[in-house]
Design a protein around this ligand. Structure first.
Ligand code: 5RP
Length: 225
């Protein structure tokens, strides 16, 4: 299977977990977009669900497909969130935020009874860190934070758009992409990042997925945590 087909297969398997009446957290990224398309098709066929999007891009996609979307002012709890990932290790720890949406993604995941992560095979890694860890920071703090992030053992680079200006998240913040090569102690780095003033959220998701569905050459691998 091509990578695109692997993403599609993982998305299709995840959508099987959706039941009538559920509140569904809708992830962000190319794999999540395939899932949202599939949810849209089921809604068109009569399924009644409510979506909580994790980004403006996903909200627009969902609305265009006729999926009812609400914010956190309208729901207390989310039944199931389905989202992609940039890396997943054997313990189900994730690096997310390649699409710059990890702040809202983590909030939505944290409010969810269940999280399913979907990805193509190459996202499965023995150790996290080859993918640069996204760290969302408030703009005021950004100049001061580069050296503080580098001191954690990485090289932090401000994420830029194609025209060379800083990438701005849906919440109006900047992102540092932190190149650790290998993150030897994900829990320790996660804790340290959470205590740095000016850091809004980092892309380490530890203890979040209940199920990881990986599309492979031969089908889908489903791992429960
Ligand atoms: C966005 C994310 C995405 O889930 C992650 O980047 C994976 O994206 P894709 O499915 O396009 O590879 O965390 O913030």
């Amino acid at each position: 299977m091509t990578e695109d087909e692997q993403k599609q297969a993982a998305a299709a398997k995840a959508v099987d977990y959706i039941e009538e009446g559920m509140v569904i957290g809708l992830g962000t990224g190319s794999t999540a977009a395939k899932m949202v398309d599939l949810v849209g098709a089921r809604v068109k066929a009569g399924l009644k669900i409510t979506g909580v999007p994790t980004s403006e891009a996903t909200a627009n996609q969902a609305r265009n497909l006729g999926i009812p979307v609400v914010g956190l002012d309208e729901v207390e709890e989310i039944d199931l969130t389905i989202d992609g990932t940039d890396e997943v290790d054997p313990e189900g720890r994730l690096i997310k935020g390649g699409g710059g949406a990890h702040l809202r993604e983590k909030i939505v995941a944290s409010l969810s009874k269940k999280m399913i992560v979907i990805a193509e095979a190459k996202k499965r890694v023995a150790k996290l860190g080859a993918f640069k860890l996204p760290v969302e920071v408030i703009r005021f703090a950004a100049p001061a934070l580069k050296s503080r992030l580098d001191a954690l053992g990485c090289t932090a680079a401000l994420r830029l758009t194609k025209d060379g200006t800083p990438f701005v998240t849906d919440e109006g913040n900047y992102i540092y992409d932190c190149d650790f090569k290998v993150i030897k102690d994900p829990e320790g780095i996660a804790l340290t990042l959470s205590t740095l003033p000016g850091v809004v959220e980092h892309g380490l998701f530890i203890g979040y997925p209940d199920i990881v569905i990986i599309g492979t050459d031969s089908g889908v691998d489903v791992t429960e945590y």
